[in-house]
Write a protein that binds this ligand. Structure first.
Ligand code: ADP
Ligand code: ASP
Ligand code: MG
Length: 404
């Protein structure tokens, strides 16, 4: 049985007109070949945000089973609407929610991970229906409670379904033509990238570019599934995510991204002794707080140190509270969330020198102060003041020759 998995994001199903467009894409596919089609769909754009807003009027903590029950309803509606329109057009279809397949996940509410998908149920339904419309982003835990996979998680549902069915490709339809050298909504002369490696898009996605959910890329990389990111509104080919050895031209910098999801915490006047950093970070880790960038300075007399690091912005208050109430000695603690992380990513960085220097020089020329730096083999990230975000993105984009 030939099966195609097509995922449509929120803007692609935002209203009835857009849903009609999805149905047209399905009709064209049916005309072209005999494949069975699985659509994985997001909630209509804006719906998930509204649902979260309502939930937060009652409770701020989202790792709650009821949060998942509420936010998953967006996909329940869109999958049913799309399936209804397909049926109206005489294309046999049905909607499927996470629990009906089931898509079994762990019990980590609001950020659950998929454990197993029952592909036999899907295959059985495909015997009967031409199209299945699966509600993305949701699953069910062993405790029989509805779970969700984290914001943007429908991409991960689509790749996981492709894997469960033994498919080699997954198509992600979205509101831009593919993956660009930077967010095309911020950097107007950003270019579409024809092919990008798993490592590169994994870095870009993890560092803030929301075009793909990072875990969808992790899964695709692990199981060798090709992802094709393309536009719902344009027939052109989009971006193929490929293995590094399949990419002939390895750009030094492939893409630039930004993230506003971090808060910077600084501890001043901590004794410069072995074990202090371990204590600080174990306090945070034991509270499930993920630390990203870190920098440490020592005072001239060598007795004290100051430590600056970043945590997810939603953990800012909790981090301050836990550190203040611990027995860790420090003179001052403060935090700042008006910051932004800018990252440049490219596999070609491994074999080129001067990449970091160009980044620092470019920012210096724009009078942008770098607060923290972190690097890996294929990325450099810097922390800067939030108001400088756009200027930094545009300047770096042109410094690395990525513009049109
Ligand atoms: P969907 O609803 O289809 O899942 P998303 O809003 O999650 O779509 O992701 C698509 C958006 O990602 C684009 O509209 C674009 O603004 C943003 N984006 C950020 N960085 C990039 C990038 N490098 N390339 C393409 N899009 C990007
Ligand atoms: N609807 C969910 C969100 O807005 C999941 C998704 O769109 O992928 O985050
Ligand atoms: Mg998305």
């Amino acid at each position: 049985m030939l099966i195609n998995v097509l995922k449509f994001g929120g803007t692609s199903v935002a209203n009835l007109k857009r849903i009609e467009n999805v149905v047209k894409i399905v009709e064209k596919r049916i005309k072209d070949n005999s494949s069975k089609i699985i659509l994985v769909v997001s909630a209509m754009s804006g719906v998930t945000n509204e649902l979260i807003k309502e939930f937060k009027k009652i409770k701020n903590e989202i790792s709650d089973p009821e949060y998942d029950v509420i936010v998953s309803t967006g996909e329940q509606s869109s999958s049913a609407l799309i399936s209804s329109l397909l049926n109206k057009k005489k294309i046999e279809s049905r909607s499927l929610l996470g629990w009906q397949i089931p898509i079994l996940t762990d019990g980590n509410h609001s950020k659950a991970r998929i454990i197993k998908i029952n592909s036999n149920v899907l295959k059985n339904h495909l015997e009967r229906y031409r199209v299945l419309v699966i509600a993305g982003f949701q699953g069910i835990s062993k405790e029989n409670r509805i779970t969700t996979l984290g914001r943007g998680g429908s991409d991960t549902t689509a790749v996981a379904i492709s894997y469960a069915l033994g498919l080699k490709t997954c198509e992600i339809y979205t509101d831009v033509e593919g993956i660009f050298t930077s967010d095309p909504r911020i950097v107007k002369d950003a270019n579409k990238i024809d092919s990008i490696t798993y490592d590169e898009i994994l870095e870009l996605a993890s560092l803030g570019s929301k075009v793909l959910h990072p875990r969808s890329v992790e899964l695709a990389m692990k199981y060798g599934i090709r992802i094709h990111v393309r536009s719902s509104f344009d027939k052109k080919l989009g971006t193929m995510v490929v293995k590094e050895e399949n990419k002939i031209e390895k750009e030094v910098v492939t893409g630039i991204t930004s993230s506003e999801n971090e808060a910077k915490i600084t501890l001043k006047g901590i004794p410069d002794k072995p074990g202090i950093a371990a204590k600080i970070f174990s306090t945070l880790a034991s509270n499930n707080i993920n630390v990203d960038m870190i920098v440490q300075n020592i005072t001239d007399d060598g007795r004290f140190a100051s430590l600056t690091f970043t945590v997810p912005v939603e953990d800012e208050r909790k981090s301050l509270k836990e550190l203040r109430s611990s027995d860790i000695k420090f003179k001052k603690i403060h935090s700042n969330s008006s910051i932004c992380k800018i990252s440049i990513v490219g596999v070609g960085m491994k074999s080129n020198v001067g990449v970091a220097q160009k980044m620092f020089e470019t920012l210096a020329k724009k009078n942008i102060n770098i607060q923290v730096i972190s690097t890996s083999e294929i990325k450099i990230s810097v922390l800067i003041d939030l108001p400088k975000k756009k200027i930094a993105l545009k300047a770096l984009h042109s410094a690395y020759g990525l513009g049109k």
